[in-house]
Design a protein. Structure first.
Length: 514
């Protein structure tokens, strides 16, 4: 299968991979396996490097048994100590999405703060066994570790002079090298070349379950060229950028087209957060008025292509998601907004709402749409934009007001959205939402071993959170890939990757070129 790739001029270190960059996620998934993977049909954790796992009765100690004989692509044996080193490598970057999620492991905070040279909750009883202890019961831990972002890697170079032992982990090392790029996935770069930056082909490893024998990397200039390469018969797979014209999305395919576009849910969503620590948003009726004043469809049309309007926190198709958990309070209703506004401020002294955004053209256009809709119902508003890097920092300072942000759940679970965003002590709770009863319910749901009961509990929690109006839901993203006619049994996953054990190429289908 020929994959059109953009911007892969460097090796992929998991800590640098962006969860919403579909091509990076797919390549990382091909080159490195994690302890688990996600079954595309059940959306439950399935064996990968770990053949089985078991939690203790308290739900806080997990034991993972590793497959025998696994090697990294450079021939180095993969052991439980390798998994520890790889997870600690990710944990060293707590400002990343996947680094922060490891906060559930005991001792992560001390390790990140430099008060310990090892995460105490990662233990190696022997080279084929890994024990993970969490601070609280977390039934979704195996699913979390199924994200490609936790694929086990080792440094590309690890000379003996560059390594120091990790205290308490037999046989482990923490190399000084920063290029953690050698994986043990279903594919490796051809010819023993460990560099993805220059590789032209990936080949299946002996232990891999993939049906494809190899994957050719077709390097193109940009996402538009990637799509065109499939259309023109030069590639079989390409990620389709958001906002492509309808004809290119396959809605009205040109006659004789050799390309089809398949869309699927992506576990990513966008919303407007309200900083509840600010006096501006202290009045719940005012927050409700803001929600009712905003037509999310107009905001998306103004500058957020690829977003599917939704009133939910948990994106559609994520286990535990609901179609409309918020109901009437989240529906666009300017007249109702004016009534709520009058109730909140009988004296007419409505505070000015600052709408914070990064300075991208689409971002500013969306923020301007929000501003205009608020002003239309009598809420004074102004847009404050800043460079993206500055904005990323700004929304963590506590000075943000009404700000646009999003979330990617690294596990296919409602808890992967609700917990990080709304638990009082979460690193990613940017709205300063705090409700002791919600905290208790989130903890109880996370501890529930039965997936159906857990999802049901999360549904109730999502409705309760939205009833307290900490955010304005906007929508969830969908991913799209262009595929040639020869690609068979392509099954997409919520993280933008696909089921590599199923897909195959039909050699009877001749690509159209030119």
């Amino acid at each position: 299968m020929r994959m059109a790739v953009v911007g892969i001029d460097h090796d992929l270190d998991p800590v640098d991979v962006i969860a919403t960059d579909q091509t990076q996620m797919v390549l990382l998934d091909l080159l490195s396996d994690g302890l688990t993977t996600i079954d595309a049909a059940t959306m439950q954790a399935a064996p990968a490097l770990a053949t089985r796992w078991l939690a203790d009765d308290g739900g806080t100690t997990w034991t993972f048994d590793l497959e025998d004989g696994v090697q990294f692509s450079d021939g180095t044996p993969l052991t439980a100590a390798s998994v520890v080193s790889s997870l600690e490598h990710v944990a060293r970057k707590p400002d990343t999405l996947h680094g922060a999620r490891l906060e559930v492991i005991s001792g992560q905070a001390e390790f990140v703060a430099g008060r310990a040279d090892h995460i105490s909750g990662l233990e190696v009883p022997d080279e084929r066994t890994l024990r993970i202890t969490t601070t609280l019961p977390d039934a979704d831990l195996p699913a979390l570790l199924g994200s490609p972002l936790y694929g086990v890697v080792k440094p590309a170079e690890a000379a003996p002079s560059d390594v120091t032992p990790v205290t308490g982990v037999p046989g482990s090392s923490a190399p000084a090298a920063t290029a953690w790029t050698v994986g043990a996935g279903p594919f490796r770069t051809e010819g023993g070349d460990s560099s993805l930056a220059t590789a032209s082909r990936l080949v299946r490893v002996d232990r891999g379950s993939a049906r494809l024998e190899s994957i050719e990397l077709v390097r193109v200039a940009d996402e538009s060229a990637a799509f065109d390469s499939v259309r023109d018969g030069q590639a079989d797979w390409a990620s389709v950028p958001a906002g492509k014209p309808a004809t290119q999305l396959g809605l009205t395919p040109p006659a004789g087209s050799n390309v089809r576009v398949e869309t699927s849910s992506l576990g990513a969503e966008e919303f407007l957060g309200m900083n509840l620590a600010s006096p501006t948003f202290a009045n719940p009726q005012f927050r409700q008025a803001i929600v009712r004043a905003i037509d999310r469809t107009k905001v998306i049309s103004a500058g957020l292509p690829g977003l599917l309007p939704s009133s939910a926190v948990v994106p559609i198709d994520v286990p535990g998601s609901m179609i409309d958990p918020c109901g009437d309070p989240c529906r666009y209703g300017p007249d109702q907004s004016k009534v709520l506004l009058a109730q909140a401020f009988p004296d007419g002294q409505v505070p000015v709402v600052e709408i914070d955004t990064s300075d991208g053209l689409g971002d500013v256009a969306a923020a301007n749409s929000v501003r205009d809709q608020l002003v239309a119902v009598g809420i004074p508003a102004e847009v404050k934009s800043m460079p993206f890097a500055e904005y990323q920092t700004f929304v963590t300072t506590g000075n943000e007001q009404l700000f646009r942000t999003g979330w990617v759940g690294l596990a296919p679970s409602a808890g992967a959205y609700l917990g990080p965003l709304f638990r009082s002590n979460s690193l990613d709770n940017l709205t300063a939402f705090s409700a002791p009863d919600i905290d208790a319910e989130l903890a109880a749901a996370a501890a529930e071993p039965d997936a159906d009961k857990r999802n049901e509990a999360y549904g109730v929690i999502e409705q309760a959170i939205l009833g307290l109006t900490p955010i304005v839901p906007l929508g969830s993203y969908r991913s799209a890939v262009a595929l040639s006619a020869g690609v068979r049994d392509y099954v997409a996953k919520l993280d933008g990757t696909f089921d590599i054990a199923r897909v195959w190429m039909d050699s009877a289908v001749t690509p159209t070129t030119g």
